[in-house]
Write a protein that binds this ligand. Structure first.
Ligand SMILES: Nc1nc2c(ncn2[C@@H]2O[C@H](COP(=O)(O)OP(=O)(O)O)[C@@H](O)[C@H]2O)c(=O)[nH]1
Ligand SMILES: [Mg+2]
Ligand SMILES: [Zn+2]
Length: 289
């Protein structure tokens, strides 16, 4: 058996990348019986049935680190949360929700990318740097101007990266700049796997090199975090971590209790803006219960 990674799945047929080779594989019946659905991003073991036709079958699916649901991809270890400097304006509540979502999925590396930097004002840049640079890697890019693309590519080398953000911020444009020959590459792949109708819901790992892949995602204009318990929300505000256990009450919600060790740091290590968005989300989640 040889090991590979599923980069595409259409109608029960999977494209498995093994080094630079691609194999068209079906899934063994035993996987179905075990209710294991091969998923894009999965590391799998395959048996090649025909080397010249590049056909094989998936025998085993290796344990997943995580699985995202929209888009459905396994083993994503990097997220680029992308917004535009302008047009559309940055919605910081939505930005924080994307960050929370990435943390709940245990995505190890998170990068905030501000695209359309040809339209970036000093005040927006200062705001983002002040609030987010202590916690997250930032990338300022202009896909149309070719700015910051090299630097962003450096950051995602060796990772499976999902791009998330609202539509119209230039996600597809940035990805196209990151993988210049993508048109050709995806063309080859689609020719190899003679598939039926193309649907935009299809998930595909776009390959930069053997161990660097990108997943585009549809634009989200809102993100529902209702699956979260309000009392768990604080775990996903990264900068809160050092201050969660310094309160008078053991079960302090850090909202309105006296002697709150977290609130003592608001306006210092914790920005007022992030804390306010935390309180608002907390109250919303609590009401939904
Ligand atoms: N001014 C400017 N426009 C850009 C930039 N990148 C993308 N765009 C434009 O933004 C629009 C949306 O781009 P697209 O890649 O489809 O965004 P997506 O919906 O996030 O995938 C297109 O008209 C692009 O030409 C940029 O860096 N600067
Ligand atoms: Mg797009
Ligand atoms: Zn507290």
């Amino acid at each position: 058996m040889i090991k590979g990674r599923i980069i595409k799945g259409v109608g029960g047929l999977y494209t498995v990348a093994v080094g630079t080779e691609l194999y068209e594989c079906s899934a063994r019946g035993k996987l179905r019986r075990m209710k294991l659905t091969p998923t894009v991003g999965d590391y799998v073991e395959i048996i090649v049935s025909d080397e010249s036709l590049k056909k094989g079958s998936i025998e085993n699916i290796c344990d997943r680190k995580n699985i995202l649901l929209r888009p459905r991809v396994a083993n994503v270890d990097c997220a680029v949360i992308q917004f535009a400097a302008s047009n559309p304006e940055i919605n910081f509540d939505l930005l924080d929700r994307f960050l929370i979502l990435a943390h709940t999925q245990a995505v190890e590396k998170i990068i905030i990318c501000i695209n359309k930097c040809d339209l970036l004002s000093d005040s927006v840049k200062e705001y983002i740097n002040r609030i987010y640079s202590p916690m997250y890697e930032l990338a300022y890019t202009s896909a149309t101007g070719g700015l910051g693309i090299e630097e962003l590519r450096e950051k995602i080398l060796g990772h499976i990266t999902v791009f998330a953000g609202p539509s119209g911020v230039g996600k597809s444009s940035v990805i196209n700049s990151l993988i210049p020959n993508m048109e050709r590459k995806t063309g080859e792949i689609s020719r190899k796997i003679k598939r039926g109708k193309h649907t935009t819901r299809e998930v595909e790992l776009l390959e930069y090199n053997e161990n660097t892949f990108i997943v585009d995602s549809p634009g989200f204009t809102s993100l529902n975090l209702d699956f979260l318990k309000h009392e768990d929300l604080k775990k996903y505000f990264k900068e809160f971590a050092p201050y969660l256990d310094n309160c008078y009450f053991n079960d302090c919600s850090h909202i309105s209790e006296p002697d709150c060790g977290l609130k003592a740091h608001v306006g210092k290590e914790i920005s007022i803006e992030r804390y306010d968005r935390f309180v608002q989300m907390y109250n919303e989640l609590k009401q939904r219960r």
